[in-house]
Design a protein around this ligand. Sequence first.
Ligand code: DGL
Length: 259
Amino acid sequence: MNKQRKIGLFDSGLGGLTVLHALEEKLPGVDKVYYGDTLHLPYGDKSDEAIRSFSREIVGFLAAQGCDVIVIACNSASAAAGSMLEESFPDLTFINVIDPVVAALAGSVPRKTALLGTRATVRSGAYAKRLAAFKVPHELVALPTPLLVPLIEDGFLGSGIEESVLEHYLNDPSLNGIEAIVPGCTHYPLLREAAAKLRPGVDWIDAPAIVAEAVDSVLDAAVDGSGSTTYYLSDATPSFLALASSTFSIKAHWEKKVL
Ligand code: DGL
């Protein structure tokens, strides 16, 4: 008999939907539950302690919904809370969004790569530390880019303003000569087009697809499910709902659930 598994994903807001989208392409038949913690957005400017506390509550909720595979679809939470969650919920399988991308980087041609992330992710040094364990001569330069998440969540995608802000960050002298960019925040894959326009020759790492591969690899070959997705958020702002619909074509009902 095939094992029924349910994937729970969470992020501070919309960003994790980039990972959900990749998972829906890779694993359409698996049931999924998404939680966007819009009440506490942005995570990137919070303390590690606060991020851990939000994450613990959310994972408890997702487990109560029957999820046994948890995708920490947020870099800030992956960095600040990943190991704590694994220790606190030993019966659940966790996939964070950092390890699979680091492994992909380590397996690729060494080159100068920019890591764009929230303050929490960059402060943690998680990418550099984990990459160092592979002992590859990869030059990773991390830059905090805190204005990008609010711009995306406030609906500025496509306005040109997000492009100017991204350009400001990419012009940082530390990023001179980069050959690749890691979107080290799950919101940033939405900036792929803007980045391609600003830096046409620079490779944009498809982090959500890499994470979806990693999730696929921990599931059994055959998983039964109806392929349904249930959506929760902690604060239903009109801009969030409009963006979920326009950017991700999610027309389904979002249930408000404050934890
Ligand atoms: N999308 C999240 C991340 O990957 C969080 C962004 C934020 O809330 O600051 O870090």
